[in-house]
Design a binder for this molecule. Structure first.
Ligand code: HEM
Length: 485
């Protein structure tokens, strides 16, 4: 009897919710498939159950092809596929919240990146900004260069013999991992000395991204996982040992930074770390608790690892597979840098015109975060489509994604072609704005990339040193490249 009544109540609720979502919801006039307007399970199906998972982005692209640049992709979410709207949606003045249900996605919900509320995010972000300022990164750049010089020596001594295969993505992972971890924490891990440039830590950080689609849909899983004892997690995923060790070490570093800050003791490695920067900021004591700082360190290092490694790998891939690009780049580098063992300052590298074009094009293919970036609308917003204006009310979720935005043919004709020349001579987009306005790899607005200057430093110093120092040839009847000095 109670069971029947419960079923009846549930059915009535489901019926009313369906009728409301289809006929009375404020987003009812936005085009899109009715099933997606009815239920969130459409996204869940494509993200978790349609092999190989993570397929929602490709599905809603098909919806855009059918319904146009604005589509209702969920009961309360609108997705826009129009690069011209990017600045408006993510503008500094909109003060949007992120979605609460996404805060556990990377298991660091107290980090700035995951903070949903705009005001708390602002507080945390203001404390991080000076640590990543352009001036600080410029001061640090000679250390990055030294590290890259060591890496080149190792490539020369170990990989020049016949038959040795160099995995460029492992190499960039090791270089970038050392720089990001070394810059933020007391010391780096010298990943560039590891066999084949591989480390358990980098592998584990990448593996942590595997379940992200699933956790995004079922955030309770991560909360349940955290209740398990550490030994059980290690049985399920032995590679997590290195991430656990990293967490433990960070805890020690936080406690050390706290004591050095309180005592005024001289300890340059500790004083230069992210933790000291945060202790010296205006953050209130509640924001300086050990757990919160652990989450911040994971967010910041995690934010810098895969993004920059991917950008370096994508750049290398496209340069090496386009002999024309490689030869123009090499010609510019050879002329500007007579001695490959004496690479000029970061500032000088950033003035090289063709290199800048290669950098922009590589970043266009890197996306930073390719998944859609949703925001809760704090004020109403209007999207002017080709045939009508669409009003999106407060409280709706509005999203765009860097992948489709970076391949928008409106600004980037033949968008899948890697063509650095499209950035040559300060070109304009069709609306007359500089084309660089539409370089969105680092995001925009209050939540854009805090580590952008460090990312640029690694990209410029890494790519210039590698491509200036080594020569590449394409032996006939071989898929590989021959590297020499
Ligand atoms: C080529 C390199 C990089 C690219 C393309 C990139 C891209 C991005 C993008 C698109 C966002 C915004 C994400 C969103 O709104 O959801 C972001 C945020 C962030 N990035 Fe980067 N990033 C790079 C390098 C770095 C580095 C080197 C660090 C630090 C060591 C870093 C740390 C962060 C952090 C902490 C955030 C969150 C900022 C906030 O919420 O206020 N990133 N990055």
């Amino acid at each position: 009897m109670i069971y029947n009544a419960a079923c009846a109540v549930w059915l009535l609720y489901a019926l009313w919710t369906s009728v409301y979502r289809l006929f009375f919801h404020p987003l009812r006039r936005i085009p899109g498939p009715k099933l997606a307007a009815l239920t969130q399970w459409v996204e869940t199906y494509y993200e978790c159950f349609k092999p190989p998972g993570g397929q929602f982005m490709w599905e809603y692209q098909k919806w855009h092809a059918k319904y146009g640049p604005i589509v209702r992709i969920g009961p309360n979410e609108v997705h826009i596929q129009d690069l011209r709207f990017y600045d408006m949606l993510y503008s500094n003045s909109r003060h949007s919240d992120k979605l609460k249900q996404l805060e556990h996605r990377f298991n660091n919900q107290m980090g700035t990146f995951s903070t949903p509320e705009h005001s708390l995010h602002r507080l945390r972000r203001t404390a991080l900004n000076p640590f990543f300022s352009k001036r600080k990164i410029a001061q640090h750049s000679p250390n990055i260069q030294k590290h890259m010089d060591l890496l080149c020596e190792r490539v020369k001594s170990e990989y020049f013999q016949n038959g040795s295969v160099l995995s460029v993505s492992n190499m960039w992972g090791a270089f970038n991992g050392d720089i990001v971890v070394g810059y933020c924490l007391e010391k780096g891990y010298d990943f560039i000395t590891k066999p084949d440039f591989r480390s358990e830590f980098s592998d584990a950080m990448v593996n942590l991204l595997d379940p992200v689609h699933f956790i995004t849909q079922f955030s309770w899983v991560i909360k349940a996982f955290k209740l398990l004892p550490a030994w059980m997690i290690l049985i399920m995923s032995p590679a997590m040992a290195s991430v656990h060790a990293f967490n433990d070490e960070m805890k020690e570093q936080i406690l050390r930074a706290k004591s050095v800050h309180a005592s005024g003791e001289k300890n340059p490695a500790v004083q230069q770390s992210l933790f000291t920067a945060l202790f010296e900021s205006d953050l209130p004591p509640s924001e300086l608790e050990t757990k919160r700082l652990q989450h911040e360190a994971i967010a910041v290092t995690g934010g810098g690892l895969e993004t920059t490694t991917y950008a370096l790998s994508v750049a290398s891939y496209h340069i090496l597979s386009n002999p024309r690009v490689l030869s123009r780049l090499k010609a510019e580098l050879n002329e500007a840098i007579p001695d490959p063992r004496n690479i000029p300052s970061l500032d000088t590298l950033m003035q090289l015109p063709y290199l800048n074009c290669v950098m922009n094009e590589s970043l266009r293919f890197s996306y930073g975060t390719p998944q859609r970036i949703p925001r809760l609308s704090p004020t109403p917003i209007t999207y002017s489509g080709p045939n009508a204006d669409y009003h999106i009310p407060v409280g709706s979720i509005v999203s765009m994604d860097n992948y489709t935005a970076s391949h928008d043919p409106w600004a980037f004709p033949s968008p899948q072609e890697f063509r650095p020349e499209r950035w040559e001579g300060n070109p304009r987009a069709p609306d007359g704005k500089p084309l660089t306005t539409y370089m969105i790899a680092f995001g925009r607005g209050t939540r854009s990339c805090v580590g952008m200057q460090l990312g640029y430093a690694n990209l410029y110093i890494g790519l210039v040193s590698f491509f200036r120092r080594f020569d590449f040839s394409y032996p006939e009847q071989s898929l590989g490249l021959k590297v020499s000095e």
